[in-house]
Design a protein around this ligand. Structure first.
Ligand code: ZN
Length: 290
């Protein structure tokens, strides 16, 4: 009888342990690239919810009532910071969420974009490694029982990022120095340029929020001709028609798509951060190589 009682206690303990494991802490990431990084570190120990999903522009995002529900009971909210998620403070306030907000760019030396900080720090793989360290530490602090798992996941993922960083450097070093410049509609590659020595020339007066005027386009065409820019790139968050016209009038190659601020869906070219960077390396190499 006593043995049977002990057996029941054991079964109850196992059942409750499984129950705990079945409900991992809920954490939120503000946009798709950060969601992928958090998912790689959190693994099966967390449930990651991403607010700005694939192929969407976090700069001009308008939160929905569903977003407020998503963050209401989250334990952590991971943000990029550096002014990227201007819409977030109001969303957090309206949701009544008590989540701790973790800024993934803490410890990164920001570049300037005009008079503001440039938020696109993830475009340097070295910076992405800092994001991963911050994510690991925040998850471990919020969920100490799984610290070992977060450390192991982070270590494995950081090793992949080391390989990725080396591959970007090797690929860019093979492009002739005089050809290491592109024009791109979205000023998202400042950190990539600083890390890997490719010059990204942004057309003046063009943002993801408005279409350029005829005068803007004429200015850009002059710019491409004068600077002998070998390639122009389209991005998944801007209208491609502008770049096609510039290409037709200047002879610059349309280099395909460079992904900057958002991943693609599962079936796209850039469903993960690592695949995004690898896609961009390939596109740059094809457009600028001999
Ligand atoms: Zn951007």
């Amino acid at each position: 009888m006593r043995r049977l009682g002990l057996l029941f206690i054991c079964i109850a303990l196992i059942a409750s342990a499984q129950h705990v494991r079945a409900e991992p802490p809920k954490v939120v990431a503000s946009f798709s690239i950060l969601g992928d990084l958090v998912g790689n570190v959190g693994g099966t120990s967390v449930a990651v919810i991403t607010l700005v999903g694939p192929d969407s522009d976090a700069h001009v995002y308008s939160p929905t009532p569903a977003d407020a529900k998503k963050i209401a009971d989250a334990k952590l909210i991971f943000i990029n910071g550096l002014g990227f998620e201007g819409w977030l403070p109001r969303l957090v306030q309206s949701s009544g969420s008590k989540a701790k907000i973790v800024t993934a760019t803490d410890g990164i030396t920001p570049l300037r974009l005009g008079s503001d900080a440039d938020p696109h720090a993830w475009q340097s793989v070295g910076n992405a490694k800092i994001y991963v360290g911050n994510i690991r530490d925040a998850l471990a602090a919020a969920d100490p029982a799984n610290t070992g798992q977060y450390r192991a996941n982070a270590e494995a993922y950081l090793a992949k990022l080391d390989t990725l960083d080396r591959d970007v450097r090797d690929a860019m070093a093979k492009i002739p120095p005089a050809r290491r410049k592109v024009i791109s509609t979205h000023r998202a590659f400042g950190y990539f340029a600083a890390s890997y020595g490719i010059e990204f020339i942004a057309p003046l007066g063009v943002s993801t929020e408005s279409e350029p005027s005829a005068r803007d386009v004429a200015r850009i065409i002059t710019q491409v001709k004068q600077a002998k820019i070998p390639a122009v790139f389209l991005e998944n968050v801007t209208d491609p028609r502008l770049m096609q016209r510039i290409s037709a009038e200047t002879g610059a190659k349309v280099g395909g798509t460079l992904y900057s601020d958002g991943l693609t869906g599962e079936k796209g070219d850039a469903p993960t951060y690592i695949e995004m960077v690898r896609h961009n390396i390939k596109a740059l190499t094809r457009a600028l190589g001999d």
